[in-house]
Design a protein around this ligand. Sequence first.
Ligand SMILES: Cc1ncc(COP(=O)(O)O)c(C=O)c1O
Length: 401
Amino acid sequence: MPDDIPPRDDHAARGFSTRLTHAGRPSVRSHGFVNPPVHRGSTVLVPSCQDRLDNWGKRNERVMTYGTAGSPTQWALEDVVAEIEGGAHCTVVETGLAAVTAPLMACLRAGERCLMPDSVYGPARALADGLLAGWGIETTYYDPTISAAQLEALWTPNTRVLYLESPGSHTFEMQDVPALCAVARRHGAVSMIDNTWGIRHFQPFAHGCDVSIQALTKYVGGHSDILLGSITTADRELHLKIRNASLAMGHYASPDDAWLALRGARTMAVRMAQQEGAAMEVARWLQARPEILRVMHPALPQDPGHAIWKRDFTGACSLFGVVFQPDYTQEQVFRFVDNLKLFGIGASWGGFESLALPTNATLTRRVTGPLPGQAVRIHIGLEDVPDLLADLEQGLGRLAG
Ligand SMILES: Cc1ncc(COP(=O)(O)O)c(C=O)c1O
């Protein structure tokens, strides 16, 4: 079988698109075909009872023992994600949410404490305030724009996890990730970042994070038709701790979805480049509109997080928010969104189609206070920008009635 693709070590110096094209392929024996097959299955047959005994307990070593341990299809995707995030080990799971919950459950025990940004993805807060609190794990929410000194002041000896998400869900605050993760490291705690927004443009491990969480559902899937998540680490011991917990809880990524995500990953760089440029155009256009108080997009120079974004990121994705002038009511903003023709009203993002979603009613922020006006989250897809602008213009025309 031809195995002419250079080993992973050779890839590190190469560009993102090159690595995205070649990662995860040498490990898969696919009889010369470019893509791995879908290995579906629960039972894995072995030649003898002794083989079964020898393989027992080896499900973390990519020995096929049972379907839940994965197969070359999921492992190829894990290699792609680890490579593009600059990590070494990855576990794929069935949803982005499972990728949020599994490492938190793996790394926290009763009596311990977690620090979470106030702008965290809502279901992560629901886990912390529900199950984790019930198990005696305390969570303190912090202002996402906190400095290292302020974080230090919040620290207690039982704080074992620092959770981050930059930019934050819906409100897009940027975090000083290297400075905050350095505090966690000094205290021997684990730092975990939801890096879904930064998948193409932020290297979590180079910025001091221990765990990177991805909702592969978004740009890796890219077509709004799968759910999948990943948990990546640079450290093998931490990886095994999370992988064992994840297996213990029955987390599992379907091989069909892993195969679709691999297919999506190969074209992610071109889709994202197109979407990033289009989103910048739309964001700038909206920023100039009199109806809009502020666009929440860290790549805009006016954004309060711009300096951090410029320092740490190589680009942006196509998800941002707008805050309307304070005198617009929820009813008016709903009318704007309801009348858009090209923007679907729906959750998730990273697909090929544009979306718009009013966010005030579902915001979970408590520490940082309410936004000054009605907010809408916007995802820009692959449509032509003039068409999107014309649609937004006619939608804004409906604000008045
Ligand atoms: C920032 C972020 N993290 C995690 C998730 C969870 O992903 P999934 O929908 O695959 O569970 C989402 C989903 O919207 C998200 O926006």
